[in-house]
Ligand binder design. Structure first.
Ligand SMILES: Cc1cc2nc3c(=O)[nH]c(=O)nc-3n(C[C@H](O)[C@H](O)[C@H](O)COP(=O)(O)OP(=O)(O)OC[C@H]3O[C@@H](n4cnc5c(N)ncnc54)[C@H](O)[C@@H]3O)c2cc1C
Length: 422
């Protein structure tokens, strides 16, 4: 792999019709995740496209000129001009290939693709999901000398990586930024010896065979498998929701209510979770406006009565949120009155959305026992209904979903998995 500095860039650009440039940094986990993919693609496309790497911090002038502000960043050039999309962060092989293919004639793309040989990676334990549950399991497995591969379509960390501050994970006196906590967990797993297959496309999972196909050509074959794929909040799908996720919009009262001491919040939802969590949030805040789409609450009667008797809680029935906006250090929530069709703006300090969660099992087909909400049923040793397949963390049917409980599940599963492999 050719490494250049900024003085060589123009020369490279002029000498090669097609060029892909990787701005990398040291001590950069997404750069580490990208490096083997970039090298393998250089081997595959290298006769047609020039692959070069450049150290971003040592070549700031060029980085700034090309608008590169983070590592890794991949830029594509054809006939001296930048083309296609700029790729950043947890870059997947399939995203790079799509861009590379666009630089070449269709016939050549077919020839190159026909050269891709299927690859098999044998291991003892496959951990599907690199959140707290999967990483705790990977640490224990690797420390027990079990060959372990962690597979995640994103960079490791799970929901913690997107959490602003974590103040309830033991061991940290001051709140720790979520990305740092997940970084420590991932590094600890790597140091223990776990192999990471992250920012990959999970293209097939066969639970009976303990096999996972990634990026369409690599098959990871294990003897035991842990499902630690977590759960995702159900989204409302309205303007601003993705943008302010974790930055004004929260999906977890236990985690975030404490940041709203003596402030005002809006809660979206009127079911059991929304109403029960409103009781908890009410201990911290001075006012709650609950936005419920139906003309009544759907929580259990006792919770409803408590909420309605709470002077801090005002309920807007038959209203739905239509958009979330930043207003300085406050949030704006545009709501529609479903009876009149009129909209108005609520001004608040923060928003909690409680319209349900769902387990991340779309890519994990299999005849697994689940509860009524689709979460995996496990026994006390985290075994699922398929022999050799375990589950841990938020994907499991259980009452409390926190980092500590995910880590606890991962610990139990991994110790049992390691024992069974002996
Ligand atoms: C905004 C927010 C703030 C929170 N704050 C706190 C807090 O302060 N304290 C606390 O204790 N808890 C907090 N939580 C809850 C906590 O983050 C979760 O309980 C915990 O992350 C669950 O860990 P997990 O490993 O089970 O799942 P996750 O963290 O969800 O990780 C699952 C991983 O699996 C991957 N994955 C998904 N599908 C697949 C697949 N098919 N194959 C392979 N991998 C897959 C995902 O990319 C992800 O990396 C918060 C949650 C949110 C959403």
């Amino acid at each position: 792999m050719k490494e250049i500095d900024q003085n060589e860039f123009e020369q490279e650009l002029n000498a090669h019709k097609n060029l892909v440039l990787d701005f990398y940094s040291t001590e950069c986990p997404p750069c580490e995740a990208l490096a083997p993919k970039f090298e393998a693609l250089d081997e595959l496309y290298g006769n047609d496209i020039r692959f070069v790497k450049i150290f971003r911090q040592g070549n700031r002038e060029l980085a700034e000129k090309l608008g590169v502000r983070s590592s890794p960043t991949l830029l594509f050039f054809q006939d001296g001009t930048q083309v296609g999309e700029v790729l950043r962060g947890g870059i997947r092989r399939s995203d790079i290939m799509r861009q590379l293919d666009a630089l070449l004639p269709g016939k050549r793309v077919k020839e190159i693709r026909s050269k891709i040989k299927p690859e098999v990676i044998d291991t003892e334990a496959i951990v599907l999901g690199g959140g707290p549950a999967g990483l705790a399991a990977a640490i224990y497995l690797a420390q027990a000398r079990v060959d372990t591969v962690v597979v995640d379509p994103m960079l490791p960390g799970g929901q913690v990586a997107t959490t602003h501050q974590v103040s309830n994970y033991p061991g940290f006196v001051d709140p720790i930024p979520g990305y740092m906590l997940s970084h420590y967990m991932a590094e600890q797993a790597k140091v223990a010896g776990a192999r990471m297959k992250v920012a990959v496309e999970v293209s097939g999972v066969d639970l009976e065979k303990k096999q996972v196909e990634v990026d369409g050509y690599q098959t990871i074959r294990g003897k035991t498998l842990l499902i630690a794929t977590g759960a995702s909040p159900r989204y409302l799908g309205v303007e601003g929701e993705q943008e302010f996720y974790g930055k004004g919009i929260s999906y977890c009262a236990t985690c975030d209510a404490k940041y709203y001491h003596d402030k005002e919040v809006v809660i979206i939802g009127g079911g059991n979770t929304a109403v029960e969590e409103s009781e908890f949030i009410s201990k911290f805040v001075k006012k709650i406006t609950m936005v419920q789409q139906l003309p009544h609450l759907t929580a259990n009667k006792a919770a409803q009565e408590k909420a309605m008797a709470d002077p801090k809680i005002e309920i807007l029935y038959s209203h739905e949120p239509r958009g979330f906006y930043r207003e300085g250090d406050k949030m704006g929530v545009r709501v529609e009155d479903l009876d009149s069709g009129e909209t108005k703006m609520l001004h608040t300090d923060g928003v909690f959305v409680f319209v349900g969660m769902k387990p991340n099992l779309d890519l994990v087909p299999g005849d697994l026992d689940t509860d009524d909400w689709g979460y995996l049923k496990v026994d006390s040793e985290m075994r699922t209904s398929i022999p050799g397949v375990f589950a841990a963390g938020d994907v499991v049917s259980k009452p409390i979903r926190q980092i500590t409980t995910a880590v606890s599940d991962g610990t139990i599963a991994s110790i049992v998995m390691a024992r069974e492999l002996q």
